[in-house]
Design a protein around this ligand. Sequence first.
Ligand code: THU
Length: 160
Amino acid sequence: MREYEIRTHVDVLEKEELSATELALLEAAIKATETSYSPYSHFQVGAALCLKSGEIIMGSNQENAAYPVACCAERTALFWCGANRANEVITHIAIAAQTEGRYTPSPIAPCGMCRQALLEVEHKQGSPIVVLLYGEEGIHRIESVKALMPLTFNSDNLNI
Ligand code: THU
């Protein structure tokens, strides 16, 4: 038998330890929770993307009476970016969530579908998207989307 281990490194930080760019992005993700349309889950998620140009793109989860139609905050921001800033490089994504008027004590991480969507962009652009996850009790920073989802399926597997 052969085996290998996969480790994911997570930095746990206070706001004061973030760079000015990262702090601004995190604040944008926190702010974006306010635009969430979540009458079913009452779980307000905000995502903010930082582009290499310095521009910040915000998104929030958008739900629907037909539940599966909903779109997570991460993909709302990502797909807007794909449609409107097609060739821009994304350097960071920040994610925050609040429910019942309280930001989550621990960070929430993107769902599997959003990880796959983010991975596509990271793979295509050939440079990492740093992930910042906001929790009241600490901010988690992960070096890339691939680090969050190490055994990937991507266009290389299709020989494209
Ligand atoms: N949600 C997100 O927007 N992002 C995540 O990372 C996790 C979940 C949304 C989907 C749904 O509208 C609500 O949160 C509850 O699952």
